[in-house]
Design a protein around this ligand. Structure first.
Ligand code: 5RP
Length: 232
């Protein structure tokens, strides 16, 4: 099975957890876009009625095209479930997210959700987080100074995403990708440390948020449910 097919199968499998009447967080990325496409089919064929809160402009546009009704956290307060992709997950279901630059909105939506399911292919499963460069969203204002503070705590160095043509998030921020060389042993402490730097908007470490991972491997899709999580 190639990677695209794994993404497609994992994305579609997540829809098994969706029930009629649910309010859903709609994640961002190439894997969860398959979930959103399948949800669009279920809605258009009258199988379910749901409302969604998108985590990016791209996801909002996709959901609108598919006819999935959208709402806001202000309107619904909390969500029954968020389904999203990830860049890495570890055995404790901690995540690195933000490969698509949507980490801040993704985290706002995840923390307002009663449960979180992640869809992934097997490349995303790691023992220790940090091979994937950790995305940090920062303000454009004096971004070099903020980036320099990040470099002080990041052994492998930092890079402005997009370089001379900086990538801009949906919030107008920049992304600094931080190389921790596969050695983020204590993601919670690192999250607090990064968030204490002025100019940082959000960091792509998601701890104690994910309850299950739908994981597509070479010949099967399995659902890993976190012990003691909200879906266990
Ligand atoms: C976007 C994200 C994505 O969920 C993550 O990058 C995974 O994307 P993909 O499914 O395309 O590999 O965090 O900010």
């Amino acid at each position: 099975m190639d990677t695209d097919e794994k993404k497609r199968l994992a994305g579609i499998e997540a829809c098994r957890w969706v029930r009629d009447g649910m309010s859903l967080g709609l994640g961002t990325g190439s894997t969860v876009s398959h979930t959103i496409i399948e949800l669009g089919r279920m809605v258009s064929e009258g199988e379910i009625s749901v409302v969604g809160v998108p985590t990016s402009v791209a996801t909002r546009d996709l959901a609108q095209t598919l006819g999935i009704p959208l709402t806001t956290l202000s309107e619904v307060g909390s969500l029954d479930l968020v389904i999203d992709g990830t860049d890495e997950f570890d055995p404790k279901f901690c995540l690195i997210k933000g490969g698509g630059g949507a980490l801040t909105r993704e985290k706002i939506v995840a923390q307002s959700s009663k449960a979180m399911i992640v869809v992934a292919d097997e490349r995303k499963q790691v023992d220790v987080l940090g091979k994937f460069h950790l995305p940090v969203e920062i303000l454009q204002f004096e971004w070099r100074a903020t980036s320099a503070r990040l470099a002080e705590i990041c052994p492998g160095g930092v890079a402005l995403r997009g370089g001379e043509n900086p990538f801009q998030t949906d919030n107008g921020g920049y992304i600094i990708d931080c190389d921790f060389g596969g050695a983020i042993d204590d993601p919670r402490t690192l999250e607090s440390e990064i968030l204490s730097i002025a100019g940082v908007v959000e960091v792509g470490l998601f701890c104690d948020m994910c309850d299950a991972v739908i994981l597509a491997g070479e010949d099967r899709v399995e659902t890993l449910v976190k012990n003691g999580g909200r879906l266990g």
